[in-house]
Design a binder for this molecule. Structure first.
Ligand code: DGT
Ligand code: CA
Ligand code: CA
Length: 571
């Protein structure tokens, strides 16, 4: 039966014509025919062979020809032609709930949006509400729809799961029959993407806890309900699993359900070697089954001869071996940060004035913020000409005069040109307090070329840090194929900091690269790449990445006080 194939192609044509802005009647004709054929109780191949296509309601001469072509060749020239006329990404937009062809067409025509990345950014920046038929609610629905699409493609970004998971946790903490409750799984380990959210609670009233759990107002439907495990789907389609255990098992269960699986496998192996048995109920004597510990997670580690391992380290990347020698690094804490080195202001493509950003940064408890706007040739991002740089420096001087115990640094995110030269002359570069460089165009280069491009930039004596060094966008753009060891070596030799970009779809350098760089004594800066005030809170995801990369305070410039930063940078 090819009925489904024919219907699918006709629907696709209708969608494409809609996006192209074709008249309603034409697209409707395709949809109606598609629907009829989809529901036809005869095989379309038979109908075609017997020359009866035109007896199907809504099928005229032109359509009959097209259907015949599909049945005979399983493709359609006309469709291929249409696909060439409509930017590829747009059809994918139809999978985003909250977006139909009309809206997509408007987005393309008025704002020239053709990729999900551009769409998300336009929503976040509030650019859609200026269009007819769009509003703030549409923007929010579209962001939600994008999340959902990402979810259906498997995993969601950490920040989305983080918000969902922590809101759920707050709700659970209000229930007095729950003794202890914690996030577990990949979210507790702060992995860059999350499959599902895991929560663990201890209680003597498991059934009542499960009833309360499914009563949360963000629940779309209950997938499974039992007295030890319940799973629900939230409105944005993210799955959340809750497990309830008794108090004496809480620590062992937390250890078990935090994972990772690979970390757990190794833990169990150690337990067995030492004459124990480890599972989610506790640590037991292998021979007698006698309960030894399990109430507290730390006790489980200690009893196995290991120091406590922070969740972010539990990936079986050597942490267990190091923990058995009591040599784990004292990794950077979530409250150790004194400032942000990568923030965009109104001067380029950010949405806030430098004063507003400084004010907000002070509320976050920071001592400094570095305003790193784009450089001159990035016209799409309103990059600053050399004249405007001079003006910006003056404005920052004025602002700093008014501030007490806080300083705004004048930085830049200067573009690295394809040949490795920079987008500002040295005479301008030396005027900045802190110079970041990054690649924003011409991504497609071979390994040797792209490595040399970044190295050449690092060798400029005015350059302080490399922003998002591998340029990956999670789920959308692969990292550069770099000679990463060489990059780390040159970073060390030239005293260039490497950024951990905290934007949730970048997290670049990632955890693994950060660990490798640290082993080569490279120094780091954290930058949120904020384009509005909300983005400043992405710092925690950069810290998480640093922790997963085993970084300590001394490895990260942001943990320095203002005085120490000024001294280190000589500004
Ligand atoms: P995800 O959800 O894909 O982002 O990753 P996780 O790590 O949250 O994995 P999930 O939700 O399947 O399971 C949560 C934790 O439960 C996992 O980190 C470790 C533990 N776990 C799951 N399956 C196994 C298993 O077969 N063996 C062991 N030892 N632990 C497991
Ligand atoms: Ca999980
Ligand atoms: Ca799970």
């Amino acid at each position: 039966m090819k009925n489904k194939l024919v219907a699918e192609i006709l629907y696709e044509i209708a969608d494409l014509l809609d996006i192209k802005g074709e008249i309603f009647f034409k697209t409707r004709a395709y949809r109606m025919a598609a629907q009829t054929i989809e529901m036809l109780d005869e095989d379309i191949e038979t109908v075609t062979k017997e020359g009866r296509l035109r007896s199907i309601s809504g099928v005229g001469e032109a359509l009959a020809k097209k259907i015949q072509e599909i049945v005979e060749t399983e493709r359609l020239d006309y469709l291929e032609k249409l696909k060439k006329e409509v930017p590829e990404g747009l059809l994918g937009f139809l999978e985003i709930s909250g977006l139909g062809p009309k809206k997509i067409s408007a987005l393309y025509r008025n704002l020239n949006i053709t990729t999900i990345e551009e769409l998300r950014k336009a929503c976040v920046d509030g650019k859609l509400r200026s269009l007819d038929g769009f509003g703030e609610i549409t923007e929010r629905n579209i962001i939600r729809g994008i999340t959902l699409k990402e979810k259906t493609s498997g995993r969601v970004l950490l920040n989305l799961a983080y918000i969902d998971g922590n809101s759920y946790l707050e709700y659970l903490k209000k229930f007095d029959k729950i003794d202890k409750v914690s996030l577990a799984g990949s979210l507790r380990r702060m992995k860059e993407t999350i499959g599902d959210v895991d929560i663990l609670a201890s209680s003597d009233y498991a059934d009542e806890v499960m009833d309360y759990f499914v009563g949360y107002d963000n629940v779309q439907r209950v997938l499974l309900k039992g007295s030890t495990k319940t799973s629900v789907l939230l409105n944005d389609n993210l799955q959340v699993d809750l497990r309830v255990v008794k108090k004496e098992s809480y620590g062992a269960a937390l250890q078990y359900f935090t994972g990772s699986k690979e970390h757990n496998v190794k833990m169990r192996g150690i337990a067995i070697k030492k004459g124990f048995k480890l599972n989610e109920y506790g640590l037991f004597n292998k021979e007698t089954d006698k309960y030894i510990v399990g109430r507290d997670e730390k006790e489980v580690y200690n009893k196995l001869g290991l120091s406590y391992v922070e969740p972010e380290l539990r990936e079986n990347r050597g942490e267990i071996e190091v923990a058995s020698n009591n040599k784990l690094p004292d990794i950077v804490g979530y409250n150790d940060i004194h400032g942000d080195f990568h923030v965009h202001s109104l001067w380029s493509d950010g949405t806030d004035s430098i004063e507003t950003i400084a004010d907000h940064a002070q509320k976050l408890g920071y001592e400094y913020v570095c305003i790193a706007d784009h450089s001159q040739s990035l016209k799409v991002a309103n990059g600053l000409s050399e004249d405007r740089v001079v003006k910006k420096i003056k404005e920052i001087e004025k602002i700093n005069k008014k501030l007490k115990d806080f300083r705004v640094f004048c930085g830049t995110e200067c573009d690295i040109k394809p040949d490795g030269t920079l987008d500002y002359s040295d005479s301008i570069l030396k005027k900045f307090d802190f110079v970041g460089v990054g690649i924003h165009i011409s991504f497609k280069m071979d390994k040797e070329e792209i490595t040399q491009r970044i190295i050449k930039a690092m060798e400029n004596k005015y350059v302080n840090f490399v922003a998002h060094p591998t340029c990956r966008i999670i789920g959308r753009r692969e990292p550069f194929d770099l000679d990463i060891d060489k990059i780390f070596d040159v970073a060390r030799e030239t005293n260039t900091f490497l950024e951990i970009n905290c934007f949730p779809d970048r997290l670049d350098l990632n955890d693994i690269h950060s660990k490798m760089a640290k082993e080569k004594n490279v120094q780091f800066v954290l930058g949120t790449d904020a384009h509005n005030l909300n983005h400043l809170s992405f710092m925690q995801f950069g810290i998480a990445t640093a922790r997963r990369g085993w970084l300590e305070k001394k490895d990260i410039l942001n943990t320095y006080s203002l005085k120490e930063v000024e001294k280190t940078l000589g500004v």
